[in-house]
Design a protein around this ligand. Structure first.
Ligand code: CMP
Length: 139
């Protein structure tokens, strides 16, 4: 059975340009409930650890640099089938390919500066939620 939580991040581009409120309102209107939230300015080591799964890929260094360039806003969101529902709500990684009305189509600048992150599986939602919120992400 699909889980009902996912880990979302409003990335430094969107938080820094004042889009967090609109993105949260957009998600709440689609039925997502905020379970945990914080604002954190990650070090490069923290961003590198969060994106460890991408280490070795050509965009890894740029991704770590960007995600540690300013504050971001991780959130645990709750909704039925949360991982899939959230990925549908945010759209494709590259805003040029994202469907109309999705968060990335509305608010992302580019594939790298793409406004939001979302877990890609229930297992990663638990791992990523715990990364930022410890056990509070699970209870
Ligand atoms: P995110 O959902 O946070 O997961 C990994 C991130 O790497 C992705 O969003 C993009 O912002 C970033 N990224 C940068 N370049 C690429 C690329 N060429 N392919 C995939 N992801 C990329």
């Amino acid at each position: 059975m699909a889980g009902n939580r996912t880990l979302a991040i409003i990335k430094p581009d969107a938080l820094g340009s004042g889009k967090a409120g609109k993105i949260i309102a957009h998600l709440e209107a689609q039925g997502f409930k905020i379970i945990c939230a914080r604002v954190i300015h990650m070090t490069m080591a923290e961003a590198g650890a969060f994106y460890e799964v991408h280490r070795g890929r050509p965009f890894y260094a740029e991704l770590v640099e960007f995600m540690s360039s300013g504050p971001c806003m991780p959130m645990v969101l709750q909704k039925d089938d949360a991982v899939a529902a959230y990925r549908t709500a945010i759209g494709a990684t590259d805003p040029a390919e994202a469907a109309q009305g999705t968060v990335r189509k509305l608010y992302a600048e580019s594939k790298g500066r793409n406004a939001v992150h979302g877990s890609d599986s229930d297992e990663n939602a638990r791992v990523e939620g715990t990364f930022f919120f410890g056990v509070a992400a699970l209870v």
